[in-house]
Design a binder for this molecule. Sequence first.
Ligand code: ATP
Length: 309
Amino acid sequence: GFRFMSAGVVVRVPGKINLQLSVGPLEKTGFHEVVTVFQAVSLFDDVTVKSGAPGSGISIKISGENTDHIPVNEKNLAHRAVELMAKKYKVSSDLGIHLNKNIPVAGGMAGGSANAAGVIVGIDAIYNLGLKRDDMEKVGREIGSDVPFAISGGIAIGTGKGDQITPALSRGSYHWVLALSASGLSTPAVYNECDRLREGMSIIAPSVSEPLMQALRSGDAKELGKTLSNDLQAAACSLRPALRLILDVGMDYGALGGLVSGSGPTVAFLAEDEEHSLDLIVALKTSGVVGNVLHVGGPVHGARVIETL
Ligand code: ATP
């Protein structure tokens, strides 16, 4: 039937940090069960979705730092999102996608997943599909385990592969200092290193950290800082020893907590307030162990349309 179509939309999508990332044993399928707690933070990519001429196909353009090596073909998660949405909802895939990236590439902040989330929300908007968030998260899950959270945003518990998400009760907002690395880490490589480091150990099934949930419910940043945890941190540090130095400097300068985000190499430090985060930034910059440092806040919204073209 006839559907109203707009020429295009801009969707703003957040990066995430994992406040908890607990990784279960390696399963026969090659996967690990995870329990994670995500927080969406104020570092955004903007995803423009524009309808193209009939037969023009899917075209992807990317701007931003360190984006030269990101594939623009079917390997791009945004490309996969277009194909899946077009097939599932019987709409044209003649779309021009522009990714304006601020989320570090291969940084452990799920930038690629966020781009897929942006495309899903953007296609829903331009074709006026009226999809529920649940439907969009279902499509997202087929693309990657971090996509559903990028659609929902906020703070959420992820189980399964991290793709089954439940919003978490939390109060207040938090100040983070991110130490970015110039070059990324491959997520599969970090998981492999994790398995290698765990050889001969017996690993129990992961579960949600009750102290972490309590800290979020009370909005107590000091408590939250003490309860941050990431089972992939040792592996990321093993592959990138400089991360240990960065973690040490941040903690020495009074961060309430610090951890590698996801599979790294981004390191996230929790600060008491904005002023404290500025102090931490100066300390990290003058230490010389880290290139790019920035202040972000969270939680923030998930993928949402900010402009209709
Ligand atoms: P995750 O933590 O979800 O594993 P990440 O945040 O570490 O991911 P991404 O930037 O999402 O890393 O992507 C890692 C790799 O995926 C890149 O090196 C790139 O080759 C590929 N990729 C595919 N699509 C995208 C995209 N839209 N943006 C960035 N990378 C993409």
